[in-house]
Write a protein of this length. Structure first.
Length: 254
């Protein structure tokens, strides 16, 4: 009689549903209003175990994860406290750790300078300039390169005898890359402060020919302003500083 009242059980069920078991236990109980009846009413909403297994299998087959439990959706007490204080959640802290570091530039405030800039002194009236001794040989003129290697460059001419050549050992070194100029003493330029005159003297012992204003001198020749001296493939213009109008000896010591 018990098996007939319970009805047929579902297929593939080993124990049947909890509802059927609890109903059968309630009918067998001789005490009316026993303690099992309320328990059966509480578990009526529980679906049969085979149905739950079927739903899980169907969710896995479709690629969708089963819905999370309701307890997982509710935040914990620690998370609720962090949200109330505005602190980042643990996941947010991990995301901040993955971000690249940010460079911050700290500029120190500029300090006011107490030092005053140097001022130009005002000179009134005629000033007495004291002239001392020469620390180096005074310049009395220049040779300016107007053709060949080193065009636009210049070399100073000093008082007394000046050797002219390609080597740096010469007093006037024409070392701009013209290898047609003799290394040592291609010629001489001499300034005599007693008569304030310039002389150009070619070195006839050298095979390289030197010309002055398209002429080839064989002896000393007095130089005039803007004379052109040709050595190798280089042309030099003579520019005097001292001469009939000025000489360093005219400057008296003050």
């Amino acid at each position: 009689m018990s098996s007939a009242a319970a009805g047929p059980q579902p297929r593939n069920s080993l124990l049947g549903s909890l509802k059927d078991v609890l109903n059968a236990a309630g009918r067998d109980s001789t005490a009316p209003g026993g303690a099992i009846a309320p328990l059966a009413a509480q578990v009526q909403a529980v679906p049969p175990l085979p149905d739950m297994a079927a739903k899980v299998a169907e969710a896995l087959a479709s690629g969708n994860e089963p819905a999370p439990a309701a307890s997982a959706a509710s935040p914990s007490a620690a998370d609720a406290a962090r949200e109330a204080k505005g602190a980042p959640k643990p996941l947010d802290a991990l995301a901040d750790a993955d971000r690249p570091p940010t460079t911050r530039v700290f500029r120190q405030p500029s300090r006011p300078t107490t030092e005053e800039p140097a001022r130009t002194s005002l000179v009134r009236g005629k000033q007495h300039v004291k002239r001392g001794a020469f620390e180096t040989d005074p310049v009395v003129g220049w040779l300016v390169v107007v053709g060949g290697p080193g065009i636009g460059q210049f070399r100073p001419i000093f008082e007394g005898n000046n050797t002219v050549g390609r080597s740096a050992t010469n007093r006037i070194a024409i070392d701009f890359g013209d290898d047609a100029i003799s290394g040592e003493e291609q010629g001489y330029i001499r300034y005599d402060s007693s008569d304030r005159s310039f002389l150009f003297v070619p070195n006839l012992a050298k095979t390289n020919v030197v010309s002055l204003n398209e002429r080839r001198p064989t002896a000393a020749v007095e130089l005039q302003a803007m004379d052109v001296i040709t050595m190798g493939r280089t042309q030099l213009v003579f520019v005097p500083f001292c001469g009939a109008e000025f000489d360093w000896s005219a400057l008296a010591d003050g």
